[in-house]
Design a protein around this ligand. Sequence first.
Ligand code: GDP
Ligand code: IMO
Ligand code: MG
Length: 434
Amino acid sequence: MHWDQLGNTCVIGLQWGDEGKGKVVDGLLESFDVVVRYSGGANAGHTIVIGDEKFALHQLPSGILRENMTSVIAGGSVIDPAVLIGEIEALRGRVKLGNLRISDRAQLVFPYHRQQDVLAERAALPGGRLGTTSRGIGPCYADKVSRRWGVRVCELFDEARLRERLGLIIAHKNAYLKALYELREPFDSKAITEEYLAFAEILRPFVCNTMLELHGRIEKGERVLFEGAQGTMLDIDHGTYPYVTSASAGVGGVTSGAGVPPTAIRSIVGVLKAYATRVGEGPLPTELMGETGNQLRERGQEFGTTTGRARRVGWFDAVAARYAAMFTGPTHLAMPHLDTLSGFEQLKIATGYRLGDEILNTMPAETYLLSDVEPIYETLPGWERDISLCRSVEELPEQARAYARRIGELVGAPIRMIGVGPARDQAILVEGDI
Ligand code: GDP
Ligand code: IMO
Ligand code: MG
């Protein structure tokens, strides 16, 4: 299938985030009219390289950089207005902000969420740390689900109500954080209310019922691309719990977050980096700790887009990828970072895990077991030459083609795009077999 015929499409990371979704989305956008971020928040960091410029987007959809594209932040998202407005300000004059739409139903992140995130991590017992992005994501989603403490974007525009609610909520938060974590400086509800009322005026022109907006546009025949954040192995239900984020990072998150039925989605592009990375705590069964790991990290420039933390790296994990593909159902795969593997004499792919006398072929519910597994590897020959200038499958060394082909086979979906560098044009579209 040609990219132009994808129909409404979601782009979803099939690993632990940072697969290169931003670049894949950017490459596809030419064929779309609307781009939607539907879950997560400022924990995401999507990098787009255009010419000499590099953009790191956290809250804004990657389509914001294109002039004729409507960019939507839908209701399943958690929005930190300080981060969002910072991004808007940084891009003002360079992009058409009139194209931005923000859901009136999205939840708001407040300073006490960020603080709770940091304090909970600091207070965690050994082994209990999650290694979050400190963006307040978990506490904000927890407040949403509690139904008592969540504040939605629409509430920013009812001043009397906002004052009253924040007064009650912040009194509760101060008591809670003091009792649990010995919070030193209580939050000042009046100051926070004033700050958020000021944010409201900046955001007001963009806020609407994005679900209605999306349905209207789909009915008119506009093409919608849903930009996934995080990765399916960080999914709250199916990921490596508790070392996950607080949202549905799979396709379920698209329908619930954006408010569209599954039948509105025609294609699912699963993004699989050519090796494994993870930032934060939690198991990474194929992790490379020594010199090979350092080489991979340096060559791939694996440092977090949101927190700057060094990403953990490892060989490609086909057990995790196959599991992720099972509940995501990719119709196409995109594989960024094949170029990063140039120069390794041999490459390994994990096809199972050994746990004592047992062999695991899929992810266990007991995430803690993953720290004791030993990956069973298939070894493939590497290739020497730099492939960053290749623009067709035929130009790639046979070993690189065989490596990508094998991953497609193991995951059970066709690879339709290969990344050979961070720039917009460093991509190979795959029409047939690799
Ligand atoms: P995302 O969160 O999935 O959008 O990924 P990030 O932007 O956090 O991290 C991906 C990193 O890899 C960014 O620095 C990209 O510029 C870079 N990148 C994307 N595709 C490729 C590729 O094919 N090759 C190389 N070398 N870098 C890539
Ligand atoms: P993008 O969209 C990589 C990870 C954090 C931590 C765990 C929980 O750029 O791929 P949270 O702050 O969400 O409570 O952290 O999830 N994490 C990500 N890792 N890429 C992301 O987003 C991530 N978003 C969250 O590092 O391990
Ligand atoms: Mg990222």
